[in-house]
Design a protein around this ligand. Structure first.
Ligand code: GLC
Length: 550
């Protein structure tokens, strides 16, 4: 059956980090057959689309975000036949599959880069950004630390990498390169995938002056973002990308779009926008001043969080559509980030979940979020795998913090927090594998696991409310309006559609809070803490969230 236009507004998207989801071949690494094994679980939860992080051939320097061949599958994960089988099996469960599209850079093992390195005169040299000179062309710092420039062996020449040195940036100024990417994207879409999450896409245009800026760290370098992220001229590339690929298919496209201001949202997600929706990081990154400098921690308040959330939802509503999330493979666990330690319970996990899940936009759930997982505390930097954790540790120390403080920053923010293997049961290695996993579990015999989990049941309830209930229409397409005059700790919003309206209240603090409703509760649709309410006086426990009709 033909999908309706904007079908993705009604989806619930579940993000899978394949390396940590389920190991089927006893090597301690998750794989495609493992995902297939767990399709019944995903169906039971009720999600409708899966987004699978990169599964393509890769040296795994950045866990697959360094692609060596866009159209070959990493043998750690399986084969192209396994992908075909996964697509076919998912279809039987009525689940759609999205892949990750990483087109700002490739791996240094990509054949284009190999050819570019081997021969100065190769046409592939211009597929990347090479600059001749004895010194690095400027003082930009890469996202994963150190200069963005890496010297080419035996030449007075450097190439640019916004991320790791083994992730050289593609030169989007080169037309042939762009055409090759578009052809590859179209081949994947023709294969029957539902669409893409599009990685780091705001980095594809670089300021062509390649000018230095005043240093912002003791390393004498400056964050490259000001010159490489969402720069003027990017609109031409993004329009072309859409026209040459996505427009030809009724697919979903979700842009990872840090660095885009609210005013620019219409160009990204408006009627003629580049993507179906984008992730907005303004409130997700509230705990650190700048996404990649984890030692620059903030003392954020609930009021600030609420303001950012309101602004973000207003901007998205004004522009088009948003992708709502509280976790992903780059973020710490939400329960650890947002909730005071003594309140990190299953109920609070659900309160936090309900707060964002009923917002206007498509909800994303990151694997393990539906179980109420928390961060994994590590005692030494040697226990981390993620390159940016290792870099942030070293940078914190260079900036003058002690080893203990540096470890604390990394424990709080490490991307490894959410990358630990999925705890399916309480056996050793949590039923993820019968071998020692590639990254240690959050708990080896997990108390938080997928058997009889109350957070899972709560998420299942939220999903069925949004998908198959009398209030589905309001939750899927209703407008949003935030409610003023509430206690500071309470986040309140109305969802309004032709068919009716709903109110969500969340106590986003570790104190009880009481307030008066305008009208008594007519119906309580969801309560993270299972209480009874009557009349107009209401008291919410810490991190409690309710969804009601008046
Ligand atoms: C995105 C990905 C992240 C990756 C980076 C470089 O931010 O989400 O995991 O390291 O891009 O590809």
């Amino acid at each position: 059956m033909e999908k309706e236009k904007n079908w993705w507004k009604k989806e619930i998207i579940y993000q899978i980090y394949p390396k940590s989801f389920k190991d089927s071949n006893h090597d301690g690494i998750g794989d495609l057959k493992g995902i297939i094994e767990k399709l019944p679980y995903l169906k039971e939860l009720g999600v409708t689309t899966l987004w699978i992080c990169p599964i393509f051939s890769s040296p795994m320097v950045d866990n697959g975000y360094d692609i060596a061949d866009f159209e070959d599958i990493n043998p750690q994960f399986g084969t192209m036949e396994d992908v075909d089988f996964l697509l076919a099996e998912a279809k039987k469960f009525d689940l759609k599959v999205m892949l990750d599209l990483v087109i700002n850079h490739t791996s240094d093992e990509h054949v284009w880069f190999q050819k570019a390195l081997a021969d100065k005169d190769s046409p592939y040299r211009d597929y990347y950004i090479f600059k001749e000179g004895k010194e690095p062309p400027n003082n930009w710092r890469s996202i994963f630390g150190g200069s963005v420039w890496e010297k080419v062996p035996n030449e007075e020449c450097y190439y640019l990498h916004v991320f790791d040195k083994r992730q050289p940036d593609l030169n989007w100024e080169n037309r042939e390169m762009r055409q090759e990417l578009y052809a590859m994207i179209n081949r994947w879409l023709e294969k029957g995938i539902a669409g893409f999450r599009i990685d780091s896409i705001t980095f594809i245009k670089k300021d062509q002056d390649y000018g230095s800026l005043p240093a912002d760290g003791v390393d004498g370098l400056v964050s490259c973002k000001e010159k490489t992220r969402n720069r003027p001229g990017i609109e031409n590339f993004l329009h072309e990308l859409r026209r040459e690929t996505f427009d030809k298919h009724n697919c979903v496209t979700v842009g990872e779009a840090p660095g885009v201001s609210y005013e620019e949202f219409p160009t990204y997600v408006g009627e003629d926008g580049y993507f179906s929706m984008i992730f907005d990081f303004h409130y997700a990154d509230i705990d650190v001043e700048s996404g990649s400098d984890w030692f620059k921690r903030t003392n954020w308040t609930t009021v600030e969080f609420k303001d950012l959330l309101m602004q973000s939802q207003a901007a998205l509503q004004n522009a088009g559509w948003g992708a709502n999330f509280i976790e992903n493979h780059d973020q710490p666990r939400a329960l650890s980030k947002f909730v005071a330690q003594e309140f990190q319970s299953a109920d609070s996990a659900l309160g936090l979940g309900a707060m964002y899940f009923f917002l206007r936009g498509t909800p994303f759930i990151y694997q393990g979020q539906e179980l109420g997982m928390v961060n994994a505390e590590r005692t030494s930097i040697s226990q981390f795998d993620d390159i940016s954790s290792i870099d942030n540790y070293a940078r914190s120390i260079k900036e003058g913090f002690s080893e203990k403080e540096a470890l604390r920053f990394v424990n709080q923010r490490s991307r490894d927090n959410s990358r630990t293997p999925m705890p399916w049961n309480d056996s050793q290695y949590g039923g993820f594998s019968d071998q020692k996993p590639w990254l240690s579990m959050t708990e080896e015999y997990p108390k938080v696991n997928a058997i009889g989990n109350s957070v899972f049941k709560g998420y299942k309830k939220m999903i069925s409310l949004r998908q198959q209930s009398v209030i589905s229409d309001i939750l899927q397409v209703g407008d949003i309006a935030f409610i003023d005059n509430l206690p500071e700790a309470v986040i309140g919003y109305r969802r309004i559609a032709k068919t009716g309206s709903l109110i969500s209240y969340t106590n986003f603090s570790s104190e009880k809070v009481a307030f008066e409703l305008e009208k008594p509760i007519n119906e309580l649709h969801f309560d993270s803490h299972n209480q009874t309410f009557s009349g107009t006086k209401i008291e919410l426990l810490p991190y409690q969230s309710i969804l009601i009709s008046e």
